[in-house]
Ligand binder design. Sequence first.
Ligand SMILES: *Cc1c(COP(=O)(O)O)cnc(C)c1O
Length: 359
Amino acid sequence: MEMLNFTVGPVQANEEIRAMGQEQVPYFRTTEFSNLMLENEQLVKKFAHASEDAKAVFLTASGTGAMEAAVFNTLTKEDKALIVNGGSFGQRFVDLCALYEIPYTEIKLAFGESLKKEHLAKYANQNYTAFLVNVHETSTGVRYDMDLIHDFCQANNLFLIADNISSFLADEFDMAKLGVDIMIASSQKALACPPGISLLILSPKALDRINNHNVQCLYLNLKLALDNATRGQTPFTPAVGILRQINKRLNQIDVAGGEATEIAKVRDLALYFRENIKDLPLENISESYSNAVTALKPQRENAYEIFTKLKDEYHIWICPNGGEMKDKVFRVGHIGALTTADYDRLIAALKDLKEKGIL
Ligand SMILES: *Cc1c(COP(=O)(O)O)cnc(C)c1O
């Protein structure tokens, strides 16, 4: 029996994308592949509402590769960064700034806590230069208030790096309006393709920083990537097959009505699931939600046991949490090729576990 996948990535891909996985991978130093890449750039910019003069680059790396590239290609020891740290992905930005010796301050949030005005107030007018945030902190299901962050960054003239990896195509996002300088996404979340490709959309301010900065790295050097991207190419052999699947998927979304239609589909699935588990002893622990994920705390604090039971006895993957939260929280994703019938199967399994006294 095939597993039903409600994790947050890799997620289920639709039939057409899966079928492409069987095709021969073509040679890529060709006009045809360049055109495909230029179309990928144009469509991701369109779906992110990026400004005309923004540029997109595609890296053959998981999402963390793009986070790392963003940090060391644009920030220096002269910067002073503010980092929202509300979970394991916020912590990743902290680890990266520590590694590259970028001066930083963490805004630490409790598990599931949202970002509020009062968290930011004391950092106003303190000579910060950059702001790093995961739009959706996937480990806790919290989606941050990007309007609040935008206002703060505008008032304090901060360079804004937004890891939108788990929120892109799941929640509304307007890069230009939000004044985001770098938006990061990757292939295995709502794009619903295999893992292996991440992308950055770069504002003119980000391009300036990249062009004026000499980095000690070849593979993730964004100046090199940008030079190649102008002709629809990459400096090194990319994951050609995944880039073709991404192209197909972006075109599917475009034809179906664009990112708004895709986001509405994810939102409807999230609402359907949340509505239909109201009678179960599960508490939604996020103060402000993304459509991408529901983070739940079972009354008996046996989250990992529930994950294991669903996997082994019901052929269903939900997403376990790590570390301290291992037994407290599990997450259910709403991205990827899923239907309400799939959720009916998950909800029936959860009800069954309740009858057995496990949930
Ligand atoms: C999935 C995810 C990442 C990337 O993780 P990788 O394993 O490197 O692909 C980064 N940030 C957020 C918010 C994510 O959800």
